[in-house]
Design a protein around this ligand. Structure first.
Ligand SMILES: CC(C)(COP(=O)(O)OP(=O)(O)OC[C@H]1O[C@@H](n2cnc3c(N)ncnc32)[C@H](O)[C@@H]1OP(=O)(O)O)[C@@H](O)C(=O)NCCC(=O)NCCS
Length: 211
């Protein structure tokens, strides 16, 4: 365990709280990240509706559906999107995108309310056998670039403080911390230090989504 990871573990044990970092990326932010380049055989897919998702080969649809946290068709019907990176005929990384107002279930049931120019990335996932090749950071780059091209100005996500691989993938893709979400282990929202106005994060009693 690194010093940072062990300090966070100790903090959690002593205080009974957990921390998620809120990360953000701006469309006009000069990219500080240094993600790896797209492999020659890799291809970025964006699914914006059920018809597009239904056009996938069965094994790809099944692989993606196992890690969207909810039915991919429901997510798409509700206006969300799914991005995936395919390499050598396999789905090697994927993520969900949501807009506007939606609920998440981690770290506790929370309602996010995004500004109209923003989108939220969640369920970033790379299958264990594909990890460490830079696929998550490459997908993050391509997914965000596609959305920025459409006119969106800002991207947000939240990552558990102890999830070092995920934090590194976001950082490599140019994302930077923009506040924190502190919650108690008993499921109470303690605070959202550093989170700017314009982004609403409030507790809900029951969740209709996941992150
Ligand atoms: C997080 C996850 C998506 C990363 O996928 P990936 O394709 O392996 O990510 P990348 O290779 O693009 O980047 C991971 C980075 O973290 C680094 N890393 C991996 N494990 C690490 C660890 N324990 N400590 C520090 N850094 C670590 C890698 O070396 C790499 O950094 P580098 O490019 O500087 O070498 C993958 O581990 C995963 O699916 N985890 C389970 C689901 C999850 O936690 N999702 C995130 C929810 S916010």
């Amino acid at each position: 365990m690194t010093l940072e990871a062990s300090s966070l573990w100790l903090l959690k044990r002593v205080t009974g709280i957990q921390v998620h970092w809120l990360y953000q990326l701006g469309a006009n932010t000069p990219h500080g990240g240094q993600s790896r380049g797209m492999p020659a055989d890799a291809r970025h897919h964006q699914f914006i509706d059920v018809a597009g998702f239904d056009g996938l080969p069965e094994e790809h649809a099944r692989a993606i559906a196992g890690h969207t946290g909810r039915s991919p068709r429901r997510l798409l019907r509700e206006g969300g999107r799914i991005h995936a990176l395919e390499s050598n005929g396999r789905i090697v990384s994927q993520l969900n995108v949501q807009f506007g107002e939606f609920d998440v279930s981690t770290p506790i049931p929370l309602r996010f309310c995004l500004p109209s120019d923003a989108f939220f990335v969640s369920f970033l996932y790379t299958p264990p056998a594909e990890r460490g090749h830079g696929y998550a950071q490459i997908l993050l780059r391509h997914a965000c670039e596609a959305l920025f091209q459409e006119g969106y100005g800002r991207a947000f996500c939240h990552v558990r403080s102890t999830n070092l691989a995920s934090r590194q993938a976001f950082r490599r893709a140019g994302w930077r911390p923009a506040g924190g979400i502190v919650s108690s282990l008993s499921g109470r929202l303690v605070g959202t230090p550093g989170v700017g106005r314009g982004l609403g994060i409030s507790p809900v009693s029951a969740s209709s989504g996941d992150a």
